[in-house]
Design a protein around this ligand. Sequence first.
Ligand code: KG4
Ligand code: ZN
Length: 335
Amino acid sequence: MKVLGIETSCDETAVAVVEDGRTVLSNLVSSQTDLHARFGGVVPEVAARAHVEALNPLMQEALERAGCRFADVDAVAVTVGPGLVGALLVGIAGAKAVALASRAEFVGVNHLEGHIYANFLGHGPPEPPYVCLVVSGGHTMLVHMPAEHRYEVLGQTVDDAAGEAFDKIARFMGLGFPGGPALDRLARAGNPAAIRFPRAMAESGDYDFSLSGLKTAVLRHVKAEQAAGRAVDPADLAASFEEAIVDVQVSKTIAAAEEKGVRTVLLGGGVVANTRLRERMETAGDQAGVRVLFPPLELCTDNAAMIACAGASRLDRGERTPLDVGADPGLELAS
Ligand code: KG4
Ligand code: ZN
């Protein structure tokens, strides 16, 4: 079964062709970063318009690279939420048109489920249950999955998302937008123990996160050092900030896995591309006897192969989405 995946929830237009829910035949991402960089963040209307321009040529190219035509598509899977409503609508309209014209099956996918299912591309799912850490530009969430497509949210951020925190600090440090990857590179040359930033909610006894206090602590530290006439080493600052985020994420994820008695942890979302998070999660997983899985780098950030993978799994269970479905900007992970 060939599934055409379409993802337009934020500032990446993405199209992929995935066979049998596992084999990626093509996976294209057209990033709008340059369009939004001068505004310092994603402008929803600019994003929607750019999706309109990019989607059709990208679909053509994804099919060509996969060695097939519209008529060969068995099903179309598209992100229906959460995300920017105008941006989502472009992908949904395109997906419906292809499904109708190609007489293909149609399935709507939750973007966060896509990030989790990115782990299964190439080899299919290991035996559930899992605990999943989803960390992206818009979400920071710990989820218990007793079975495939069953979600129990254990906790989430009470303020900023992890990616948002990375982007804000990177912007403050003049590293551009989106700043996560640049901050990651800089941090590799720094000492994570140089500055002891607060580990918010590390001892809260639940699975919630808070990141806005850390952002304030970083700003305060830099101002105090400058006022005292001391230079701040940017690499040390980046590494210490990153360590404060990663510390809490690692400890809460492992604690959740232990409490739920699961042997497999899945990491998903753009922030999982972070070098330090991957390293520390692997080490902590080894120590706790828990298997930690994360997608290859290009499947951590937004892409359509993950949407095709999650969609294929839902189609396998006999699920179909009616063609009158709309965009749901606040869509939650439902069981
Ligand atoms: O999942 P994603 O591509 O889009 C959303 O669903 O939000 O995540 C994007 C976020 C951005 O905030 C970006 O700065 C962050 O992921 N990110 C990273 C890294 N690569 C991307 N954060 C830290 N380290 C990275 N290497
Ligand atoms: Zn995402």
